[in-house]
Every structure is written in structure tokens, then in C-alpha cells.
Design a protein around this ligand. Structure first.
Ligand code: AGP
Length: 627
């Protein structure tokens, strides 16, 4: 998820650069591993641009030392790398072969490999590892073809033609020195809004990019393109047909706009759960639908030899690993141990060259996890990182990395990263099954189709359960000592639900396996004790379902106040629980991706009801970089 800004005015001046840098500053939460700007003014032979790895301040410092020319229009980008490490060369903008066109991009172009191959066979060369550069070269080719045919440049048409050739998700802005003052934008499954000014116009990934200049905006719809030139705004579909403008007035202040209008980053990021799963799946399949994890850079023969997996992680990331354990053992039939990273190296683990250590980390900087993988590598094991932050320490020190594409997670409480980590771990498990040949192609495809269906099911929970969850959190705001219970893959979800309530509502909670209740904890249950139970489906392994319903009966009999997370149509949960948060039906192994969502929202609403700082809870840091 990257930050995108565009500007067009009527006067050649420094404002395009100012708007781009100001806008990128407000969008830096969307991505901050590199940044760049491109400017166009009449008379330029080539687009003027600058781009630097690292935080936005690196770019600002660079352009102060190497001033860019006054311009009529400009585009700016702050990157959250998905294809290609964070570096100057991989930073946006990327330019056409002749340097006359520059583009910036947010999203993942799934068919970039094929397009690149075709362009290379026509003699085009590439300097970066990005899918965006492929689009830049392709757009240059299309633009030149138009000029050859019509005798004049038409960036708007060229962009629309390219848009119809791309697969995946994209918001792209483009400028061309042959049309100074024109900025073209287009989007598919990635956001873009237009800012309406007087004799000037703006573009942005969200209104935070330009809200300080104008609050009048137009939302660009799916598969639409926009051309701005000064105050002139033209919006069409990809076929060039005009479409109705969706005007709105931004009623957020600038700081709220950074959260895209959400009250806090955690709320925003929970609502990005669906896209975090979807984007993590993007671009990881070949034309036959087989899983393609080239980025792993681990020889398939090495993977075939793996006879044990040890997951090392902390906190939420470790619970994602625990969920994955159930799935990977079921699919690949090798043991999967899940170790808290800070315990791992002190227990003298048994590691061999056939052990794959999988480090799960959102930040990629958790010191406990970093120390664990160093120990694993010293012992001769292969290490694979599942990480959300490109170029961070843990992937850098691993033999292989499988990035999640959840976009930057700003709130300390990890939410969208959790579902993305499960998704990536499932992809890894199914890839191992594919490489080892322990699952048939159609069996793998069935699991993948279930996984692909999950973003919509997560969205269903967000759309349908929110009010009941909010009311329940408000009603229980003064309660303490929550029990979170689950079985099988519901057990790590229970652990995660308890952690969320602890870390942002400061409410003491304990998560444990439901079967453990009668081995001790039931002594704590008394009148009004709040108990949250993740109920497995009654449709698949109903033996687990009936046991969990018995658990609810046991705690109810002792006066507990019970909250059930249960799937639509569950025949029993509603009869026994005081409140039921409903989730769509899905296979057992996929259920954590929907079951966790009510618990994320519940913890957030409880924290809000207590007046806590939801995004920055006391005593906690987003990344624990000390042991
Ligand atoms: C989760 O909400 C917490 N913020 C914490 O448990 C976190 O998951 C843990 O510190 C691991 O962080 P990492 O994923 O960045 O390695």
C-alpha cells in the first residue's frame, strides 16, 4: 500500500513540488521505505524527477541539495515495497524508455512478468526489480504508437489502453513532457480521489494528500481514469466513456484524513483485513493456478527434504503461527512446532539441515525473533521469514522470505497483519504440499479457492456484526477477568482475543484451550464472569462442536456471561450463549480468518469505551527491538 499524490496548476512555479512533498508527508503512514517525485514544465525534453530510499526526509533533503525546476504539474509517491527491495532504483517514479513519461503506482501488477518478457523481446531494457517499471515502459510504447498514428500525444488514451492490459491491483498516475500540465490517473481495486481546486486540481490515494488545499473532492470509481489539467477534470471509464462524477466534501480535518476518515488507525486497519488477505494472495500463482513463490529463492529440492518446521515468533505473530500449525501438519504431514522466539534458543532446540525455521514478524525488527533465527542459522537450519516490512532485519538475515502485503500497520495492536500472516503461512504450507507432492493439484486448488473466498467473508463480518459487538463492549466495559476459549484452530484465536483485550483495553484476560477449562480454570467461573467461546462449525467435525457447546453449558451453569463466536446457522450456540457474534460458514482451517475479526473489534470498542489511546496503548511499542 503506497501513498500517491498528483497536482496540476496553470502557472509554472514551485507549487507542484510543494503539494507533492506536503501530500507525501500526510500519506507517509501508507508506506515509508522510499519516496520520489516527478515534475513536468513546458520545454522539458525529459521528466525531471528525484527518488530516494528511506524515509521521506531523505528525499526532501536530496531535493534541497539538488533543486528541481519549477513546473506546471507533478506526481509524488511514498512506497511500501511489494515487488523489489526498498532502494533508490526501485523507488517510484519509473520512466519510459525515452524518459519522456513517468509513472507512480500503488498495488501489484500480477501479469508484470509476462509483459516484461514481451517488452524485453522487443528490446526494452529494465533497471529495477519492480512491476511498476514494466508499466512505465509499456505506457511509453503505447504513447509512442498513438503519436505515430495520430501525430499528437494523448496520454489519457494511452493510459486507458494500458489499464486494460494490466491484471492485478493498481492506482497509476502518469505525466508526459509532451503534454505539460496534464496528469492522468487510473484505478482498479486500489483507491484514487480527485481534489477540486480553482484553476488547479489534485490527485491522491486518499484525501489526506490534498485536504489542506481543498476539501472538495471526487471519488474515482472502479476501472475509471481521470485527466487533470489546471482546473479541468475529465473522468471516463477505461473505454473512454464519460462517467458521472461522485462529488463529496471532506468533513475530516487533516489529521483525521491521515486515517482515511477512520477514528483511529486500528479501526482503519481492521477494516483492511479483507485487502490484507487479498493482496497477500496476489501475484503468487502461475497461469495454471499452481502456487509460484519465486521470491522464496529456495531450491525446490531443499524444500522437498524438509522434515520438520519450527515457527518462531512473538505475541500475535506466534498465534498466527499456531493457527498455521494445524493447517500445515494436516496438508504436508510433517511436524510443526511453534515456539515463542524468546524461549526458543534457551531450550536447546533440536535443529538439523532438514528443519525449516519459519520466523513470523510484522515489523521484521523484533529482537527476540531476530536472535532466534540467528541461533537457528548457527545450528545449520534454513530460515524463512514471513514478514510485512520489506528490507527489515529479519528477512535480511533469513535464507528466504515470503512477504505479507498488508500495507503498513501503524496501530500497536496487530490486526490486519495477523490475517495476512495466516494467509502467507497457508500459501507456504500448500506450496510445500505441492513441491513434496503430498497433495493432488485439485486438492490444493480447493484450499486456494476457499482462501480466495475469505476476503468477502471477512467483509461480511465487518458489515454485519459491528453494532452488536460495539453494544456488547459498552455493556461489559467494567468487567474484568475475561476467559477466551477455543479448540483446534479456535485455540490460537482465543489466545489472540485475550491478547487484544489486554494490550489495548488493559482488561485482564486469559486465553486457553477449551478442553483445559475443567482441569483448573473453571474454579474461577462465578456469577457474571465473562467468557468468550470460539465455536467450531457444527457442519464439519461436529465432535468438536458438541464439546464446545458443552463447555458453554458448563460455564453457564456457574453463572458465566457467555459470548459465542459462531457460524451462521449454528444450531446450538444461540441457545446457550448470552450473545452470539455470527460469522459466515467456512471450512474449519479457514475459520480463524473470520473468527478473529469480532475479537479485534470487541477489544477496540472496549478500549474506546475506557477512553484509552487505541493506537498507542500504554507501555507498548509497535516493534519490540530489545530482548
Ligand atoms: C500484537 O498486537 C502486539 N503488538 C505484539 O504481540 C506483536 O505481535 C509482537 O510484538 C510481534 O511483533 P512482530 O510481528 O512485529 O514481530
Amino acid at each position: 500500500m503506497c501513498g500517491i499524490v498528483g497536482y496540476s496548476g496553470k502557472t509554472k512555479c514551485g507549487k507542484p513540488l510543494e503539494v507533492c512533498l506536503q501530500g507525501l508527508k500526510r500519506l507517509e503512514y501508507r508506506g515509508y521505505d522510499s519516496a520520489g517525485v516527478a515534475l513536468v514544465a513546458p520545454g522539458m525534453e525529459r521528466v525531471a524527477y528525484a527518488k530516494k530510499a528511506g524515509r521521506l526526509s531523505n528525499l526532501v533533503g536530496y531535493v534541497q541539495r539538488h533543486p528541481l525546476p519549477d513546473a506546471l504539474c507533478g506526481i509524488g509517491h511514498t512506497r511500501w515495497a511489494t515487488n523489489g527491495e526498498p532502494s533508490d532504483v526501485n523507488a517510484h517514479p519509473h520512466v519510459s524508455e525515452d524518459g519522456r513519461i513517468a509513472i507512480i503506482h500503488n498495488g501489484i501488477i500480477e501479469n508484470a512478468g509476462k509483459l516484461k518478457f514481451d517488452l524485453q523481446s522487443e528490446g526494452y531494457s529494465f533497471v529495477s526489480d519492480t512491476d511498476t517499471e514494466v508499466a512505465a515502459k509499456l505506457l511509453g510504447k503505447i504513447a509512442d504508437d498513438i503519436i505515430k498514428k495520430t501525430g499528437k500525444p494523448d496520454l489519457f488514451t494511452a493510459c486507458r489502453r494500458m489499464a486494460k492490459m494490466l491484471e492485478g491491483t493498481f492506482t497509476i498516475l502518469a505525466v508526459d513532457v509532451r503534454e505539460p500540465g496534464v496528469v492522468v490517473g487510473m484505478r482498479h481495486d486500489s483507491p484514487l480521489v480527485v481534489g477540486v481546486g480553482k484553476d488547479e486540481s489534485f490527485l491522491g490515494s486518499d484525501v489526506a494528500a490534498f485536504v489542506q488545499y481543498t476539501r472538495e473532492a471526487i471519488e474515482l470509481g472502479q476501472d475509471q481514469a481521470v485527466r487533470i489539467e489546471g482546473g479541468d477534470i475529465t473522468i471516463t471509464d477505461f473505454d473512454g466513456k464519460p462517467v458521472e462524477d461522485k462529488h463529496f466534501t471532506v468533513d475530516w480535518d487533516a489529521s483525521a484524513a491521515e486515517k482515511g476518515g477512520w477514528p483511529n488507525f486500528m479501526d482503519k486497519e481492521i477494516h483492511e483485513d479483507p485487502s490484507a488477505v487479498n493482496e497477500t494472495l496476489m501475484g503468487r500463482f502461475d497461469l495454471d493456478g499452481r502456487i509460484k513463490l519465486d521470491e522464496l529463492h529456495v531450491d525446490e529440492d531443499v524444500l522437498r527434504q524438509i522434515d520438520k518446521i519450527i515457527v518462531v515468533a512473538c505475541g500475535t505473530a506466534s498465534y498466527a503461527g499456531l493457527v498455521a500449525k494445524y493447517a500445515i501438519e494436516h496438508w504436508v504431514r510433517i511436524p510443526v512446532e511453534v515456539e515463542l522466539a524468546h524461549e526458543f534458543r534457551y531450550r536447546d532446540p533440536i535443529l538439523t539441515p532438514r528443519t525449516l525455521v519459519v520466523a513470523v514478524s510484522q515489523s521484521g525488527e523484533t529482537m527476540d525473533t531476530l536472535m532466534a533465527i540467528r541461533h537457528a542459522r548457527e545450528q545449520g537450519s534454513k530460515v524463512l521469514a514471513i514478514c510485512n516490512t520489506q528490507g527489515s532485519s529479519i528477512p535480511r538475515e533469513s535464507d528466504a522470505v515470503l512477504y505479507t502485503h498488508a500495507g503498513p500497520e501503524v496501530a500497536v495492536a496487530s490486526t490486519k497483519a495477523f490475517v495476512a500472516q495466516i494467509t502467507a503461512a497457508y500459501l507456504l504450507g500448500l506450496y510445500l504440499a505441492q513441491v513434496k507432492g503430498v497433495m493432488f493439484h485439485d486438492e490444493i486448488q480447493l484450499q486456494l479457492s476457499e482462501l480466495r473466498a475469505m476476503p468477502k467473508k471477512i467483509q461480511w463480518v465487518l458489515d454485519n456484526d459491528d453494532d452488536l459487538i460495539h453494544q456488547t463492549a459498552d455493556r461489559l466495559v467494567d468487567k474484568n477477568g475475561f476467559h477466551f476459549l477455543g479448540r483446534h484452530v479456535g485455540y490460537p484465536v482465543a489466545l489472540e482475543g485475550a491478547l487484544k483485550l489486554k494490550e489495548i483495553a488493559y482488561t485482564f484476560s486469559e486465553g486457553y484451550a477449551a478442553g483445559e477449562l475443567k482441569h483448573g480454570p473453571i474454579a474461577l467461573i462465578q456469577e457474571g464472569t465473562p467468557v468468550v467461546v470460539i465455536v467450531p462449525s457444527a457442519r464439519n467435525r461436529n465432535i468438536l462442536h458438541s464439546k464446545v457447546i458443552s463447555t458453554i453449558e458448563e460455564v453457564k451453569a456457574r453463572g458465566a456471561y457467555t459470548i459465542a463466536i459462531a457460524e451462521q446457522g449454528d444450531p446450538d450456540a444461540g441457545r446457550y450463549a448470552d450473545v452470539t457474534f455470527t460469522v459466515p460458514q467456512c471450512p474449519t482451517l479457514m475459520s480463524p480468518l473470520v473468527d478473529v475479526v469480532p475479537l479485534q473489534l470487541f477489544a477496540m470498542y472496549m478500549a474506546e469505551a475506557k477512553g484509552n489511546d487505541v493506537d498507542k496503548p500504554r507501555n507498548l511499542a509497535k516493534s519490540v527491538t530489545v530482548e
